[in-house]
Design a protein around this ligand. Structure first.
Ligand SMILES: C[S@@+](CC[C@H](N)C(=O)[O-])C[C@H]1O[C@@H](n2cnc3c(N)ncnc32)[C@H](O)[C@@H]1O
Length: 933
């Protein structure tokens, strides 16, 4: 009971955090389902029962005491009416505001969420909370209420005509749920007990696939080779079905043949006939009306009974029956393939399609046969694919696929399985484990790095890269890497590679040049694997040989491009975050940490453990030189910290850890972080962390080598905290920001030294970087001057000294060309002296220096690039301390506050050192003086 209340409190806290941030959870996605239902919201991650899921965000309208239209009218227009404080209110979500809550669809039979009202900052907000565990891939749904919405009685039948004999749905669906308005008003913070909950597996975006099977399809069995059989070169039967390499392409055969085939069975694989039969997986019979036939087996077959337990014509029944029908057809097709007689059942046959078996392949998810040119479209939205990703959940898809559905299951060695199961469970691991060559590549990599467990990440990355590549290839009807090695496919493979690496035909440039090389190398490696295996067929070996030669000849051209593209790759602009964004992140993490700590103290819950572990890691990472080192910090290093720790101030503790390269790396922790970590350590086993896991930030319910990554945690909290530019809060940007804050602090020599010790940096080498307020102030002025030169009159301030220049106003005043020249000189000199120059090439700065004697205006107009660099630097500088985002919209440089904050840095107390730390830096932005307002 207590536990449930705590869960609810955490969920409500989570809801409030999201309401304030006005952000949806990053793992929720919008997906088009079909033309009836439109879009829906799906989750890519598991959601625990009673967790906050999403806000139904929109405009809050008070209706006073006057009831409005019927609910039906209300919801049609995205309006949700509810009562609060004795008055009627309405959330109008009709405006497309890019939030997802407004797209959640109705499910009155077994919704996985319910709507509750959360009061935040004195206003009611409508939030959906999970009423059951929701699995990755499931659609988020809730019941819209009792009205008889048209879609609830809509006739949706599974591959059947309207004359089928299934029982009709009663028009008055027995719905025990309360109306949204009453449910929200009555059940504030209480899950509705009246919600009927049936445990079921829903399939993401599946109706697209279902519909296709009942409408566009003209079902027909046809002699065809199986995609997966094609991959299994050791299978003699299937090899007999593989067309030779020189065989005509699908398109050619399409145009060559096209007559209407006959019904019936054939022993020939050529020119097979059509049929409209589906096959029963229980008795193997072919029949026209699958549902009617399957019902005969309902008493003995639990799966069929389960399907018929849903109301007639409901989408749930339709989906389950479709899966069962596919099961029968797939069984039938396997028989045809192994006996080399009979006809295969294919889907999506349209009139005029050629009856050439070689043009059909099998979807490795649902096993239905499709014309190759249409298969990729089907694969991208296959219901079975998404349901498999759903069922895969935490344990990995492999565990959930029945042996007959994963043809290569028996061939996947345990170490590869382990790697696949700890991978992010999206469609990529599924694609990998269904590709023979990719599994062989995984095998060879795991064998190669058997003795080095640290290479696991590398292997996972490599496999994901190739999995993603395969998904792209499948869109071009290349369904496996064995297909990719066929010489006739080389051009298409290169086209897909170019797409993935962002190749630009116009200037032959790559966005990801290194990836192009890696993909080419992995493909060659696969080719070599085919060559080295005795069981590979001669045809395959020939293909692999030709492919490797082609790769050496033609991928090398790409390699040349890659090398030249490397030099051209534009350097990423350096942008520091707004102080208020940093504050938002800090505050968000602080409040999350406090509530998670409270919850974890009173119980053991892996979800709460997960939250506290991630937030603690993110907090420790933001102030550390290397997030990677913090992420990989060992439990031992933390537990034995007393020996290696120096309490440098009453607030901070430094732990020295050894990096992989053997260097000593410092991790700075506040006492609050140490408290959170001590709690995490005491609860780790109870919350499901593997007992042999050596990492301090270990993941619960995962393998012994898993741990969280600081940079990922920072990224995710940045997007949740409501920051205006979350991407600027990612760790590398944050480090730059901290460096600039030190710059503002204008540290003295001994302070710098202390700081350097504290953080493990060698600050002496970069003193200027940490202590250049004066120079930065001059930079700011110069930028304004340059802007004034480009945009407006400079004459106003002629004769004034640099000190007299006012930085406020439309344009800056000028101090005279001669003076300005010397200032510019100093500026460029400064660039060369300090780390600022690292943002640009030294050559560019030297080139600019040479131009100084030239008249200033000429200098800027002649060198646009240098002018750009200049303003970029100053733009970065000037953003520091800025609290009003609107002020930067009009101009590229916001100067006044900046310069003033540089001139009047933080009030430095007697003990600067104790105030140098995350809390001070992030909580207190540089204070504005009256001068700046
Ligand atoms: C709040 S919107 C939900 C988002 C909507 N699907 C879209 O694409 O914009 C409500 C509308 O979605 C559709 N809808 C919601 N649930 C549905 C369901 N179970 N079946 C069919 N359509 C549904 C109805 O058209 C309804 O008017």
């Amino acid at each position: 009971m207590m536990k449930e209340q705590r869960r609810q409190a955490v969920a409500e806290q989570d809801a409030r955090a999201h309401i304030v941030a006005c952000k949806d959870k990053p793992f929720l996605i919008e997906r088009f389902i079909d033309s009836d239902k439109g879009r829906g919201v799906f989750t890519c991650k598991a959601i625990k029962s009673s967790s906050f899921v999403i806000e139904y965000h929109g405009e809050l309208i008070s209706r006073g005491r006057k009831p409005e239209k019927s609910h039906r009218d209300m919801l049609k227009g995205f309006l949700y009416e509810f009562s609060w404080n004795g008055e009627l209110w309405c959330v109008d979500a009709s405006k497309e505001d890019l939030t997802l809550g407004r797209l959640v669809n109705d499910d009155h039979i077994s919704p996985n969420c319910e709507m509750r009202k959360i009061v935040c900052e004195g206003k009611p907000h409508l939030c959906l909370f999970a009423v059951e565990d929701i699995f990755p891939g499931e659609e988020i749904t809730y019941s819209y209420g009792d009205s008889s919405y048209p879609w609830r009685s809509e006739e949706l039948c599974f591959g059947e005509t309207s004359s089928n004999t299934e029982s009709q749905p009663s028009s008055s669906t027995s719905n025990t749920e309360s109306q949204p308005s009453s449910s929200t008003s009555n059940t504030e913070s209480q899950p509705s007990s009246s919600t009927p909950r049936k445990k079921k597996k829903r399939m993401a975006a599946d109706s697209h696939c279902d519909r296709s099977s009942s409408s566009d399809e003209e079902p027909a069995p046809i002699g065809v080779r199986s995609q997966n059989k094609l991959l299994d070169s050791s299978n003699e039967t299937s090899r007999a079905l593989i067309p030779p390499l020189e065989e005509k392409s699908c398109d050619e055969s399409d145009s060559g043949k096209g007559g209407e085939p006959k019904h019936g069975k054939t022993s020939s694989m050529e020119n097979p006939p059509f049929t409209i039969h589906n096959y029963c997986y229980v008795c193997g019979k072919g029949m026209i009306k699958a549902a009617r036939h399957l019902k005969l087996h309902a008493d003995n077959e639990p799966d069929i009974a389960k399907a018929f337990a849903f109301p007639a014509k409901s989408s749930q029944r339709r989906k389950l029956l479709d899966i069962l029908r596919n099961r029968g057809n797939s069984q039938h097709n396997q028989q045809v393939l192994s006996s080399n007689t009979g006809v295969l059942k294919v889907r999506r046959r349209s009139r005029g399609d050629a009856a050439d078996a070689t043009c059909y392949s099998r979807c490795f998810y649902c096993k239905a046969m499709f014309k190759q040119s249409q298969l990729w479209r089907h694969v991208s939205s296959c219901a079975k694919k998404t349901s498999e990703s759903i069922t895969s959940g935490q344990m990995g898809a492999l565990e959930d696929i029945s042996p007959e559905e994963s043809e290569f299951k028996h061939q996947i060695p345990s170490d590869v399985k382990k790697i696949l199961s700890t991978m992010k469970q999206d469609e990529i691991p599924l694609v990998i484990r269904n590709d023979l060559l990719l599994i062989q590549l995984a095998k060879s990599l795991t064998r190669k790095f058997r003795k080095d467990p640290s290479k696991r990440d590398y292997i996972q990355r490599k496999l994901r890269e190739m999995g993603r590549f395969l998904l792209e290839l499948q869109k071009k009807a290349i369904l496996s890497f064995e297909d990719a090695l066929l010489p006739k496919n080389f051009f298409r493979v290169v086209t897909c590679m170019k797409k993935i690496v962002g190749f630009n035909d116009r200037d032959d440039s790559y966005v990801k040049p290194a990836l192009a090389l890696k993909l080419g190398n992995s493909l060659k490696r696969m080719g070599n694997l085919v060559l080295s295996q005795e069981k590979s067929s001669e045809t395959m070996k020939t293909s692999a040989r030709i492919f490797i030669e082609k790769c050496d000849r033609e991928w090398r051209v790409s390699q040349k491009d890659v090398s030249s593209a490397r030099g051209q790759k534009p350097s990423r602009p350096s942008t520091v975050p707004f102080t208020r964004d940093v504050q938002a992140l800090y505050k968000y993490m602080e409040s999350l940490s406090a509530s998670a700590t409270e919850s974890l103290k009173t119980g053991e819950d892996s979800q709460v453990f997960n939250a506290l572990s991630r937030v603690t890691l993110a907090q420790a990472s933001v102030f550390s030189k290397s997030t990677l080192h913090v992420s990989e910090m060992s439990l031992k290093a933390f537990q034995e910290r007393d020996g290696a720790t120096q309490i440098l101030s009453k607030n901070f503790i430094r732990i020295n850890i050894l990096s992989k390269g053997g260097q000593s790396v410092s991790v700075l922790l506040t006492s609050q972080l140490v408290g959170a970590l001590t709690l995490l350590v005491s609860k780790r086993l109870a919350c499901g962390v593997h007992e042999n896991n050596p990492f301090l930030f270990a993941k619960p319910d995962s393998s012994e080598s898993s741990h969280y990554h600081g940079s990922h945690c920072i990224k995710s909290f940045s997007s949740l905290c409501g920051a205006e530019n979350p991407e600027h809060l990612w760790s590398d940007h944050l480090l730059k920001h901290i460096a600039r804050v030190f710059q503002i602090l204008n540290l003295e020599n001994d302070e710098l030294e202390h700081l350097s010790k504290l953080m493990g940096y060698d600050i002496r080498a970069d003193q200027e970087y940490y202590r250049t307020p004066q120079a930065a102030a001059e930079l700011a002025k110069i930028a304004k001057l340059l802007e004034a030169m480009e945009k407006g009159p400079l004459g106003k301030s002629k004769g004034k000294s640099l000190e007299e220049v006012e930085i406020e106003g439309e344009f800056m005043t000028l101090i005279g060309v001669v003076k300005c020249k010397s200032v510019l000189e100093r500026f460029f000199f400064f660039l060369l002296q300090t780390n600022w120059s690292q943002m640009w090439s030294r050559a560019a700065v030297e080139k600019a220096l040479k131009r100084i004697p030239v008249h200033l205006s000429r200098a800027t107009t002649r060198s646009r690039a240098d002018g750009w660099l200049l303003s970029r630097t100053l733009w970065s500088t000037s953003r520091l301390g800025e609290t009003n985002p609107s002020s930067r919209r009009g101009s590229s440089i916001h100067l006044k506050g900046e310069v003033c904050s540089l001139r009047n840095p933080l009030n430095r107390g007697p003990s600067l050192l104790s105030s140098v730390g995350t809390s001070v830096l992030l909580r207190n932005p540089p204070r504005r003086t009256t001068e700046t307002r």
